[in-house]
Design a protein around this ligand. Sequence first.
Ligand SMILES: Cc1cc2nc3c(=O)[nH]c(=O)nc-3n(C[C@H](O)[C@H](O)[C@H](O)COP(=O)(O)OP(=O)(O)OC[C@H]3O[C@@H](n4cnc5c(N)ncnc54)[C@H](O)[C@@H]3O)c2cc1C
Ligand code: FES
Length: 294
Amino acid sequence: MQMPAVTERAAGLLAGYGPLTPLPYRIVDRRVELEDVVTLSVAPSSAPSVEPRPFRHGQFNMLTAFGVGEAAISVSSAPGADGPLEHTIRDVGAVTHALCAAPVGSTIGVRGPFGHDWDLASVDDGMDVVVVAGGIGLAPLRGAVRDLAGRCQGRAGRTFVLVGARSPDQILFPGDLEEWRAAGIYVDVTVDIGAPGWVGSVGVVTVVLPRAPFEPANTVALLCGPEIMMRFAARQLVDQGVDPGRIRVSLERNMQCGVGLCGHCQLGPLLLCRDGPVVTYGGVADKLFMERNR
Ligand SMILES: Cc1cc2nc3c(=O)[nH]c(=O)nc-3n(C[C@H](O)[C@H](O)[C@H](O)COP(=O)(O)OP(=O)(O)OC[C@H]3O[C@@H](n4cnc5c(N)ncnc54)[C@H](O)[C@@H]3O)c2cc1C
Ligand code: FES
C-alpha cells in the first residue's frame, strides 16, 4: 500500500481538529502600524489545506508563534470582508514580539474564533453607536467600525468614534480614521501628551465625550482599551444618560485554553474566554470594576 504524502496525512489529521488545535496560517502581508504595533494578514496554509472559520466582530483567536507560545489576539478585519484575516498586535512580551517579528511567508498557528462579539445585529436602525477606544483597543473595534461606516452611508444610523492615544505619533490606523470621517462617521481623537503641530484635544478620552452630539437615550456604546479608561468612560456615558445595559465593554485577562477549561481567564463569576471578552456594563462589568476597586 502506498503511504499518503505528508501534507495529505496532515490534512487528514486536521480534518478532525478541535478548538485546541492551532491550524497553520501563512503570513501574506505584514504592515508596521506604529513602532511597536504590527498588523499581520494571514491566510490558511495551502499544504495541508484548512478552511478558514467564520468569525464575528470583537471575537479573538489564539495565535501561536511556534516554539515560543500562544497569545489571545482579536481579529482586526471585518467578517466577510475581501482579503485575508487581519490581527493587529502590540509587542509587549515574548509571544507578541515573536508574532510582530514574523516575516511574510512564515507560518503561525491560529485557533478560534472565541468569545462573545459586539453584537451589532442587535443595534436597531436609527440608533446612535458610540465607539470609545484607547490605544490598541481600536484593533478589536476596527472591523465593527468598518461595517458601521456602511450603516452610516445607508443612513441607517449615526456612528461616533472617540479615540484616545498616548501621543500624536501613537494614533493607530490614521488612514482608517480618515476613511471613516469621509464615510460620515464623527471621529474625534485626543492624546495624553501633545506635540508641536498637534491641534486636536489633549486629555483622556472622557474629555471628548461630552461634545460628541449623540442622543444618549438612543445610544449603544462599545468600549475597548485600558480598564481604567473603560471604567471612567462607561460612568460618564451613564451620567450623560446612556442606559448602562446598552454599554458593552471588552475585558481582557490572560488566556490559555480559550474554551472555558483551564480557568486562567476567570474574573469574578466569569470565564472571559467563554463569557466575554465583550460583556454588558450594566449589571456585569460595573460590578466587576467595583470589586476590583475594593
Ligand atoms: C480577548 C483578548 C483579546 C486581545 N486582543 C489583542 C489584540 O488585538 N492585540 C494585542 O496586541 N493584544 C491583544 N490582547 C493582549 C495579548 O493577549 C497580550 O498582550 C499577550 O498575551 C501578551 O503575551 P506575551 O507573551 O507577548 O507577553 P507576556 O510576557 O505574557 O506579557 C507582557 C506584559 O503584558 C501583560 N499582559 C499579558 N497578557 C495580558 C492581557 N491579556 N491583558 C493585559 N495585560 C497583559 C503582562 O502582565 C506583562 O506585563 C488581547 C487579550 C485578550 C484576552
Ligand atoms: S482561557 Fe481557559 S478558561 Fe478561559
